[in-house]
Design a protein around this ligand. Sequence first.
Ligand SMILES: Cc1cc2nc3c(=O)[nH]c(=O)nc-3n(C[C@H](O)[C@H](O)[C@H](O)COP(=O)(O)OP(=O)(O)OC[C@H]3O[C@@H](n4cnc5c(N)ncnc54)[C@H](O)[C@@H]3O)c2cc1C
Length: 471
Amino acid sequence: MLILGGGTVGLYTARRLRKRLGRREAAIVVVDPRPYMTYAPFLPEVAAGSIDPRHVVAPHRFALPGIDSLQGKVSRIVHAERKVEVTPEEGDPYWVTYDHLVVGLGAVARTLPIPGLAEVGVGFKNVEEAIALRNHVLGRIDLAASTWDPELRERMLTFTFVGGGFAGIEALAELEDMARDAVEGYETISPEDLHFVLVEASPRILPEVSAELGGYTLDQLRKRNIDIHLSTFLKSCVDRHVVLSDGTEYDSETVVWTAGVKANPVLADSDLPLDQLGRVRCSATLQVADEDGTVVEGAWAAGDCAAVPDLLNPGQFCPPNAQHALREAKVLGDNMAAYLRSAPVHEYKHSNVGTVASLGMHQGVAQMFGRFKVRGLLAWFLHRTYHLYAMPTLNRKFRIASGWTATLLFRREVVALGTLHDPRAEFRAAAVPPTKPGSAGAAKDAAKDAAKDAADPEVAAEAQREATEEE
Ligand SMILES: Cc1cc2nc3c(=O)[nH]c(=O)nc-3n(C[C@H](O)[C@H](O)[C@H](O)COP(=O)(O)OP(=O)(O)OC[C@H]3O[C@@H](n4cnc5c(N)ncnc54)[C@H](O)[C@@H]3O)c2cc1C
């Protein structure tokens, strides 16, 4: 059995299958470019420094006993021939054959062709982005504190978030909370100097909860001086100069894009039936099915990349969230095992337990069972309790809870480790032999090298500036 993607669906399906089927009955293989599953609902707290990044990931090798893992990207799916092409980070692509396929490839950021976005924007989908964003925000505060140029300082302290859904609002609120905490340690910057901006295309935020809770969240954010632009589009952010559709223009060093997701684009290069949004078509039993409902033998799918009918809301599909992905995965595992034993399969049906969101330390909103609305400290507590319960492995739950306890006793860590993103820069500069003794040539070459190699465009820009100054 081949499971594509080792995220929420991949991990929970593999575990369920291993529980239901003995090792002699089935070999299970999970393919993912990352060797770990990320629990995304905790990413905003990772960015805010309330949780250690390593604690929100469950390594496949330990979380999936009795299951093989292949590290690589699925690049093609040819279900008619029961084979999948895997492209590893190093080495040539290879084909893996299978009898049964599970598609759990998740979603990617849905972007628009906005001038400058590809160059300056950053997403908020994975743990690497959460770490980078945290270091970036803290790094800009450090830089702002070290300049006398008022324009540069304002640009450094302006942070733009595009998208007012759950992920965007949580990321904005947590990072703003962290930044306010961080500036307490600076004599030259006060919380009023921070300028956080939210841009949302629709007239409201948090469409996942009632209008009342969405309105409450807006009020809370405005009280924190967050500048909110509703019914507004990002028109351009070329060279970090932001232009909004309501005519507002300003410079912002940071543009975070959280304006929705779309199904994994690799599915477009497959022979599986897709809907108009590029998701794999499924029946409620989580078997891949053609538009007319005919089941495609040997293929199953769930999670953000699948169009799973929502039987409790006829005509609609299950929303892309962890709550559904996790539960679908368990039903999928049970159904696959049942199918192999010629037992009946069951339809996936789940009514939403609720939605919980954190808005920074001790603040949150929650809507439970569609009716009960909770705000403030209690909602924040519900958010932490629910997600701690849902976090895979006891090991990770314990580590997260210990980290929270430490943050209650001491303050959270607000140090920027910006050099994480180019750890070789200093060594490169030291290792390049000087062209002429005492000349500035060596430093110049090293800086040019750094500019060439740096993965982070800012590191590259910084190195280029250094090189030019030397010249
Ligand atoms: C910041 C953020 C906050 C969120 N907060 C919440 C929340 O509070 N509550 C909630 O219910 N949901 C939340 N979600 C949504 C939730 O995390 C997802 O709906 C859920 O993880 C979907 O599970 P999945 O298995 O379909 O996809 P994922 O968990 O994303 O897994 C997809 C896997 O596929 C892998 N993959 C991608 N491309 C390839 C490829 N080509 N080949 C092989 N593998 C590949 C990825 O590496 C990943 O491991 C949040 C999401 C984000 C980003």
